[in-house]
Write a protein that binds this ligand. Sequence first.
Ligand code: F6R
Ligand code: ZN
Length: 187
Amino acid sequence: MTPMIPPMLDFATGRLRGAELLEKSTTLADLHGLFADPAADAEVDSQTVLYRVAMLPGSGVEGDLNMGVTHLEAGRIGSEFFMTRGHMHARAEQAEYYFGLCGTGLLLLQDMAGVCRLEQVFPGSVHHIPGHVAHRLINTGETRLSALAVWPAIAGHDYKLMAERGFGLRILAGEDGAPRAVDSSMK
Ligand code: F6R
Ligand code: ZN
């Protein structure tokens, strides 16, 4: 019997290979209204791809797991660093793991009470995202940030909840370019 060659993940670059991947790109236009500065948003080509997710196709059945790699580009809209849309799981109790592969950034976590915390993302970082916690990746570095995610196939995505509530923190570049967390209600 010849052992099969499974799909492969290059941990240095986040590149997934060897299987029929599902790929989804998210452009600035898809994230319309998410960034704090509408004038700065309007200055950037709306078709700019901010991030891509490459996923191994999952069966979707209860008990199965999904895995995917998010590649989030480096850049800013005004002073705000590129970020993912962010979501709660549709089955909110379902947890997830993120693993930093390359680049540097932050993982913003927000619980149902609106309490936020940040974790540094870097090659080798491990992030447990409990159930009932919304999550968003932010690239604060100068190169692409790639992170592996593993989550239950039944978790789903609830984007509406966080579109309505919003995340309580924004990550902006200070005058020196370094990231600082700012309360979203402050201008
Ligand atoms: C899956 C998960 C990630 C994100 C990806 C893109 O549960 O958390 O694979 O889906 O980082 O972010 P969103 O989905 O917020 O656009
Ligand atoms: Zn998730």
